[in-house]
Design a protein around this ligand. Structure first.
Ligand SMILES: CC(C)(COP(=O)(O)OP(=O)(O)OC[C@H]1O[C@@H](n2cnc3c(N)ncnc32)[C@H](O)[C@@H]1OP(=O)(O)O)[C@@H](O)C(=O)NCCC(=O)NCCS
Length: 291
């Protein structure tokens, strides 16, 4: 008697990502080694839209999400297919469903190496590298340059005070996402000359905490805006995703956070990144899926 059998492949159907039990999404991301907790998936489902690929008995074999910011822009993320079904067209099919839902929006995403060729084939263009810094925060951070301005906490009911600055840095108004992030985040602002010139958030995510978004006009401001949260996380796991290579990145390294992965920022439609010298910029990402 033959001791193995090759089963016929089965059909997957697309379903709204909000229709499945969140534990199935958690199992999917854990299966590809991602750190998302159940709570992270719950948050992402509130923040965005998406689909899952399910089989005839409701098992989840893939996911793809998109996060609209206004009518003409969205970021894409949480594109996952379960390892046993990869390289069979599931990822491409999920992306096509997302395109249909996104309409003619301009799109941006942060691609893993595994997905890079797929996104190139789907018309995305490379823009930048994102460095994922993470590790246990040491008891003392490196010495910082003098602070130019005043740092203070921002309460959630004042969240709209950072919208204009963030829109300038991010390129699109993402006030709805910021309000959602703020629900579970510590928020710090840097004031100078009577106005807010930078802000940072810190929230629980994955193995510990993420410091991001971090928006600032220069590296020194960004360091202070990151340090204010990292100081509270001594001995705990923290993560910062950044496209920076200069003094801000050096500060992260000196804070004993190491690069654990890189992903590639890509866009389809109008270019996503549009950094101008001495203008507010995103030094720390909200997350890979959120950009
Ligand atoms: C990236 C991922 C979603 C692709 O899903 P998939 O189901 O394998 O995708 P498809 O079968 O539709 O393959 C799409 C294309 O990518 C190619 N491809 C698939 N896996 C690949 C890999 N590991 N390396 C290089 N190319 C790969 C396929 O050859 C295919 O090309 P083709 O359409 O020209 O034949 C899947 O590998 C995955 O979940 N990886 C882990 C999580 C991840 O990195 N997600 C991406 C987040 S940005």
């Amino acid at each position: 008697m033959q001791k193995s059998v090759r089963l016929k492949s089965f059909e997957l159907i697309a379903q709204d990502i909000k229709s499945v039990d969140v534990s199935l999404l958690h199992a999917l991301s854990t299966g590809v080694g991602w750190p998302h907790r159940l709570k992270d998936w719950e948050f992402l489902r509130r923040a965005g839209r998406g689909i899952v690929a399910v089989d005839g008995i409701g098992r989840v074999f893939g996911s793809a999400m998109w996060f609209p910011h206004g009518d003409d822009f969205a970021t894409i993320g949480l594109v996952i297919t379960s390892p046993r079904t990869q390289s069979e067209g599931n990822g491409r099919w999920l992306m096509q469903q997302v395109f249909e839902q996104c309409g003619d929006r301009n799109l941006a995403l942060n691609s893993t190496d595994a997905a890079y060729k797929l996104y190139l084939a789907l018309g995305f263009t490379k823009e930048a590298t994102v460095y994922q810094y993470q590790g246990e925060v040491p008891p003392a951070l490196p010495a910082l340059p003098a602070l130019n301005g005043e740092l203070s906490a921002l309460s959630i009911d004042k969240i709209e005070e950072i919208t204009a600055l963030d829109t300038c840095a991010f390129g699109t108004n993402r006030a709805r996402l910021l309000a959602l992030l703020a629900e579970g985040a510590a928020i710090c602002v840097l004031r100078r000359g009577g106005g807010i010139v930078g802000y940072s958030m810190c929230r629980e995510f994955g193995r510990g905490h993420v410091v991001g978004p971090i928006v600032a006009s220069n590296d020194h401001d960004a360091m202070h805006l990151a340090a204010v949260h990292l100081e509270d996380l001594a001995g705990q796991f923290a993560r910062v995703d950044t496209r920076e290579k200069g003094p801000f990145a050096n500060f992260l390294q000196q804070s004993r956070l190491a690069i654990s992965e890189t992903v590639t920022t890509m866009s389809k439609g109008r270019p996503f990144l549009n950094r101008k010298a001495n203008e507010p910029a995103v030094f720390g990402l909200a997350g890979h899926a959120l950009s």
